[in-house]
Design a protein around this ligand. Structure first.
Ligand code: FES
Length: 135
């Protein structure tokens, strides 16, 4: 493990403990690299292990996107802090910003300041075996 990565991971753990998270919320979230055309993300559901949470990464996206599955279907959240636009860290219990300590629940609602606005939310449409996210 590189020194920088070690420090980052250690800080995340400390932050999580300080925020009162249980360690059971630290499970790894699968990451997918989708196809993006005409500002639409295409995810092939058959090629995914569709967990409750999946992180979508693509070189053309300025921020990762968290795909959330619940009993009603899917939605997606841009992992961009609404305080000062820093990237967020996702866990199984919410999203956290290491810059100034804001946190968001899995609906995208700001739960801890300084961020007060909710995360950008995307509608996810299922067409056949594909999940489409309109950017
Ligand atoms: S940028 Fe996220 S809390 Fe400030």
């Amino acid at each position: 493990m590189q020194r920088k990565e070690f420090i980052k991971n250690s800080c995340l753990l400390c932050f999580g403990v300080a925020a009162g998270l249980s360690l059971s919320g630290c499970g790894a979230i699968p990451i997918y690299k989708p196809t993006i055309e005409n500002k639409i993300i295409y995810l092939d559901e058959q090629k995914m292990v569709v967990n409750k949470l999946n992180i979508i990464q693509h070189a053309s996206l300025p921020y990762d996107i968290l795909l959330v599955k619940n009993e009603k279907g899917f939605y997606a959240l841009r992992m961009q802090c609404t305080h000062q636009n820093q990237p967020l860290v996702a866990t199984n219990t919410g999203l956290f910003c290491n810059a100034h300590g804001s946190s968001f629940n899995l609906d995208g609602k700001a739960m801890k300041e300084p961020a007060i606005n909710p995360l950008k939310k995307y509608i996810v449409t299922k067409v056949g075996q594909q999940l489409l996210i309109q950017l």
